[in-house]
Design a protein around this ligand. Structure first.
Ligand code: PMP
Length: 357
């Protein structure tokens, strides 16, 4: 494995108020960087002081969006240990995104090692408060200086860290979600299954409209028929209908969430019937009107579980579980956060510990 060089800052930044972090407002003292050059491969991995980038205005990422990223968190337990949740899954997904965007892959084990090392250097930035964590953002950009559409031959991989509080002001309380019926986020054959900047750029207009109307997020329908449920802005979605957990199948246009996968695995291990299949918005509304829609919840790294208390689709509102969190949402939330914080035993082997002395 390549050796990671470490250059430490002379003076560390003053830490923000760790009880009032918000999301993505503060960045730590160091970052990880390495470069890719055609014919050489990935090289020069290093942890260096956090710094601005100097880029040529013709850098390809700025024009054609050839970029990929990931999002995961480091959690500090009551026992003082720092834990990562399935970081290898994030590195695997980064490579899935890389393949689609014609970006060279990164060795999964090395990527996890780089993240562990960086978090170790920044261990004092991992907050301790309930619901707080150190958010980890690995990302890759195309750096060739060239105007013209084709894949770059040079790239930069970076990891930055930001201590965060809760993503949604609602916390674990149910959110209101707007079912988007005009725009779509992605279609099959496109890039929906990847974490690439363009997918999020495509979502902004709907997200802004939803927020202006007092909703937390958008629920996307499929781009062709505007009929089948895809996912929420930054979460996958699950419905509990008549006791069965149903979630849209991975069809190429939604992100394969690591929280989604973990929720499926843990619910199945606890005896729940979980089905991954196509599910239409009509079916959800019908289940609601016949009293069979028990719960709906989003799954994602940011909030782990976000219960959906209300949906608005084509002017029709449904209230789910009286706008309260239900038992399945609670079980998934308590189990995953319990494992992340070390309160519960890591029975599924999901944790990678950071060796922070
Ligand atoms: N869908 C989208 C579009 C997302 O951005 C995210 C957050 N990464 C998710 C789903 C949830 O994925 P995960 O559980 O891996 O955070």
């Amino acid at each position: 494995m390549m050796d990671i060089k470490i250059e430490l800052v002379k003076t560390r930044k003053e830490k923000p108020d760790m009880n009032n972090l918000g999301f993505g407002k503060y960045y730590t003292d160091h970052m990880f960087e390495m470069d890719y050059t055609e014919g050489i491969g990935w090289h020069d991995p290093r942890i260096v002081p956090y710094h601005s980038l100097e880029m040529d205005p013709a850098s390809m990422v700025l024009h054609y969006g050839q970029s990929t990223f990931e999002g995961l968190k480091a959690y500090r337990g009551k026992d003082g240990e720092i834990r990562l949740f399935r970081p290898e899954k994030n590195m695997e997904r980064l490579n899935t995104s890389n393949k689609r965007l014609v970006i060279p892959e990164i060795d999964v084990e090395f990527g996890v090692e780089a993240i562990k090392k960086l978090v170790e250097v920044e261990k004092d930035w991992v907050p301790t408060g309930e619901g707080t964590s150190l958010y980890i953002r690995p990302f890759i950009i195309a750096t060739d200086v060239h105007v013209g559409v084709h894949p770059s031959r040079t790239y930069k991989f970076m990891v930055i860290l930001t201590p965060v509080g809760m993503y949604y002001k609602e916390g674990i309380n149910p959110v209101r979600i707007y079912v988007e019926d005009e725009y779509c986020r992605a279609v099959r054959g496109g890039m929906g299954f990847t974490k690439t900047a363009g997918n999020y750029a495509a979502s902004l207009i709907a997200q802004e409209t939803a927020e202006n109307r007092g909703f937390t997020q958008v629920l996307w329908l499929d781009g062709v028929e505007k009929k089948y449920i895809e996912e929420v802005g930054t979460m996958n979605i699950m419905f509990v209908i008549d006791g069965e957990v149903i979630t849209p199948e991975l069809n190429g246009s939604i992100l394969p969430g690591i929280t989604r996968r973990s929720a499926i695995e843990l619910l199945r291990s606890k005896g729940y019937k979980v089905t991954e299949r196509r599910i239409s918005i009509d079916e959800v509304y019908e289940a609601a009107s016949s009293g069979k829609l028990n719960e709906a919840f989003g799954t994602g790294t940011a909030a782990v579980i976000s219960p959906v208390g209300e949906l608005l689709w084509e002017g029709k509102t449904i209230i789910i579980n009286d706008g309260k969190i239900g038992p399945v949402s609670h079980l998934v939330y308590d189990t995953i956060t319990g494992i992340q914080s070390g309160k519960l035993e890591d029975e599924y082997g999901w944790i990678t510990k950071v060796e922070a002395k």
